[in-house]
Design a protein around this ligand. Structure first.
Ligand code: PEP
Ligand code: MN
Length: 260
């Protein structure tokens, strides 16, 4: 790693201080896209019942095809804002455009910068100028070094309240949607003090092998996991193949809770 790479300190600090989170393995779950209030209510009730603190859901969706569901936009943010207040959950949601930063600051606890925008330096600089918690996903074709350089953009602009997310990279392997690069987690842990979580859903693109991979993610020392969870995953408007239903997710939670 380059010498001028900052050593990141005290990440998750704001989140820990404000919300008194005790856990050292954070689970962020929720649908790929916010589709309706009812969908988010059902998800939130499930999360609260299981003692989880975070809910995810996209309002601005970075879809490969412009003909696919693009998300509810501001209406989606208003839904997730209502949900976080009602259920006292912390929300994670993505923005694609620096022009949406002001509404994001108002409605989202942790602003996600997705894989497709890891190289969007204008966006990285803008979120870097805030003090708001940011979840930065690895670009699907970025090396670990490029990933850390993107993180550096945010930190250099003053925001150290940063969480990284390994979400799989593109390789020749097509039995999973992306290849989860577990080494990235070990390298980030060794080279920086940034927290890093792994996205089980976008890396695998399937749910049938999720349990064993979740165990591997926890064992390697990741700070948490992100999972797409939907009350009716077959009917989901985006990423339906990889979203878990409540039963599947309960198994993951039970296994992770006994794993040291
Ligand atoms: C997401 O988390 O909703 C998403 C689009 O993920 P990624 O940026 O990793 O593809
Ligand atoms: Mn998705």
């Amino acid at each position: 790693m380059e010498n001028n790479m900052l050593v990141f300190k005290n990440c998750f600090k704001t989140i820990n201080e404000l919300f008194d989170l005790q856990s050292n393995f954070h689970i962020i779950a929720g649908p790929c896209s916010i589709e309706s209030l009812e969908q988010m209510e059902q998800t939130a009730q499930f999360l609260v019942k299981n003692g989880l603190k975070f809910i995810r859901g996209g309002a601005f969706k970075p879809r490969t095809s412009p003909y696919e569901f693009q998300g509810l936009g501001l209406e989606g943010l208003k839904i997730i804002d209502f949900i976080r207040k009602k259920y006292k959950l912390l929300t994670v949601s993505e923005i694609l455009d620096p022009r949406d930063l002001d509404v994001a600051l108002e409605y989202i606890d942790i602003i996600q910068i997705g894989s497709r925008n890891m190289h969007n330096y204008a966006l990285l600089k803008e979120v870097g100028k805030t003090n708001h918690p940011i979840l930065l996903k690895r670009g699907m074709m970025a090396t670990v070094k490029e990933f850390l350089s993107a993180a550096e953009y945010i930190v250099l602009n003053g925001n150290t309240n940063l969480i990284l997310c390994e979400r799989g990279i593109r390789t020749f392997e097509d039995s999973t949607r992306n290849t989860l690069d577990i080494s990235c987690i070990a390298i980030v842990k060794q080279e920086t003090s940034l927290p890093i979580i792994a996205d089980l859903s976008h890396s695998l693109g399937r749910t049938d092998i999720a349990l064993s991979i979740a165990k591997a993610i926890k064992s390697i020392g990741a700070d948490g996991i992100m999972v797409e969870l939907h009350p009716n995953s077959k009917k989901a408007q985006s990423d339906s193949k990889q979203q878990m239903n409540f039963k599947e997710f309960e198994k993951i939670l039970a296994t992770l809770s006994v794993l040291q």
